[in-house]
Ligand binder design. Structure first.
Ligand SMILES: Cc1ncc(COP(=O)(O)O)c(C=O)c1O
Length: 460
């Protein structure tokens, strides 16, 4: 049987591919590699391409890393690059000494904990998360990844409500497993791969930049009303599942979550918030929903929870949802990893002791101010948005500017600044939360230089 490339549909057209990130097979990338990658690095990249299954946004890779520290990564040719992507795991920066110390200490005593046993770091971490979480969210389950933790939340919602249907958002991302791509809203992950889970309904997200209700710049909350309408029409939705804010980025107004919370209560649906990339301080609060004065029924966190070292995610649920004692919600081998939990406890201590939440709020505001001033100097910047250290800079006039955005990205990379593109034309700036104002200024200088150079260039 010939397995070569089944028939692909629209996802191979640019739009579907570009929602999550930049392409790993573009002409501009090849050109950049020809100019910036030497023979030794190229050999490693070729070996990577030989041994790994190829997939979008991953293999074939762009470059090879040798080291990382603080807000920076270092490539195989020893070039230091400020990392404003970091897959959102670098809340406390790379290789934070306190996290490394805690991990080494734990490795030397109890690196693994077989099921049936518990361990002190796991108990301490669950207690700490329960203490930090809003209101009655006080029961915790760990998993070795965000998608797995989302899956546990979906199972718990089914068991608690007796309903299997969900409402989630178009353009959202909740992980790459089959259950999470069913609730996710990006074609890149969903097309040609179904059937997906039944009963997974989707509604438009509260994104004024791409609003089917024509809100303009200010959200009219019609999307919240529509969500309420679908809850009403279906009548048996078990859970509404959404990212509190989106890295794209967009930040719903306060009233949005107030309305959605009230609608869930009215229709007997649970509210599950995915804060996997943003909890632990990226917005300037430990949990993002704290900005909205609203309490979900479950929060899922992950990414930097393991200190950027260990894969660790957590489901934090209302105490009343502890109803599945006779079922297995997770049952993952590395569920209560002592090393992961030690890394997480050290990470939370760093956030508290180094005052990172305040730093993020202050530096985030300062950076937004600098970017708005840059927008006046560089009219090709269409939109600047941010909350703490999730910042989006959208350039050009819509889809036709995808090549321009890619040009900016590769120019910045050549000057030592790494970031991701989303939705084709948005530069996503998500640095380590430990970044200094001086490093931020340096990054903004590179960004402006790259934007100005790309805008003055004819981009094909
Ligand atoms: C919002 C969101 N949810 C879920 C996930 C999935 O997490 P993981 O890659 O750990 O499965 C991600 C990862 O990028 C994410 O950004």
């Amino acid at each position: 049987m010939d397995f070569a490339q089944g028939e692909r549909t629209a996802v191979s057209s640019a739009d579907g591919m570009l929602t999550e990130g930049d392409l790993n097979v573009s002409r501009r990338r090849s050109r950049w590699m020809a100019e910036h990658i030497d023979g030794a690095t190229r050999t490693l990249i070729e070996q990577d391409a030989q041994f790994f299954l190829h997939q979008s946004l991953s293999t074939p890779c762009l470059n090879v890393l040798r080291a990382c520290e603080g807000a920076s990564i270092e490539d195989w040719e020893s070039r230091s690059i400020l990392d404003f992507h970091g897959n959102a795991v670098h809340q406390v920066g790379y290789r934070h000494p306190s996290v490394i110390k805690a991990v080494i200490q734990q490795l030397e005593t109890l690196p693994f904990c077989p099921r049936r046993y518990t361990n002190e770091p796991a108990i301490a971490l669950a207690g700490k998360l329960a203490e930090l979480a809003p209101g009655t969210l006080g029961k915790v389950l760990f998993a070795p990844g965000g998608a797995l933790a989302m899956g546990m939340a979906m199972k718990l919602a089914r068991l608690a409500t007796g309903r299997f249907k969900t409402i989630s958002m178009w353009d959202s991302f909740h992980g790459a497993s089959l259950d999470t791509i069913s609730i996710g809203g990006e074609a890149l992950f969903r097309q040609d791969i179904g059937p997906l889970l039944p009963g997974t309904h989707h509604v438009p997200p509260p994104n004024t930049a791409d609003c089917p209700f024509d809100c303009g710049d200010a959200c009219s909350l019609k999307c919240a009303d529509y969500l309420d309408y679908v809850l009403d029409k279906e009548g048996d939705i078990g859970a509404v599942i959404a990212e509190t804010v989106r890295s794209t980025p967009f930040f719903p107004p306060r009233e949005y979550w107030q309305k959605v919370r009230a609608a869930c209560d009215r229709h007997g649906a649970l509210l599950i918030l995915d804060e996997i990339p943003h909890a632990l301080g990226r917005t300037g609060r430990f949990f993002t929903c704290e900005h909205y004065d609203m309490e979900p029924d479950m929060i899922v966190i992950g990414k930097g929870l393991g200190g950027g070292i260990f894969p660790l995610a957590a489901l934090i649920a209302r105490e009343q949802l502890d109803i599945a004692g006779d079922r297995a919600l997770g049952h993952y081998t590395h569920e209560k990893s002592p090393v992961g939990c030690a890394a997480a406890l050290a990470t939370i201590s760093v956030i508290e002791e180094e005052g990172l939440l305040k730093h993020v709020r202050e530096l985030g505001d300062w950076t937004l101010g600098q970017l708005r001033a840059m927008q006046k100097r560089q009219p090709v910047i269409r939109r600047v948005e941010g909350m703490g250290l999730i910042i989006g800079v959208t350039i050009g006039d819509g889809r036709q500017s995808v090549a321009l955005a890619e040009d900016v990205m590769y120019r910045a990379l050549a000057s030592g600044l790494n970031f991701k593109l989303t939705m084709g034309t948005t530069i996503q700036l998500m640095p380590a939360l430990t970044i200094t104002q001086e490093q931020m200024q340096h990054a903004l200088d590179i960004l402006e230089m790259s934007i100005a150079a790309a805008a003055n260039q004819v981009v094909e």
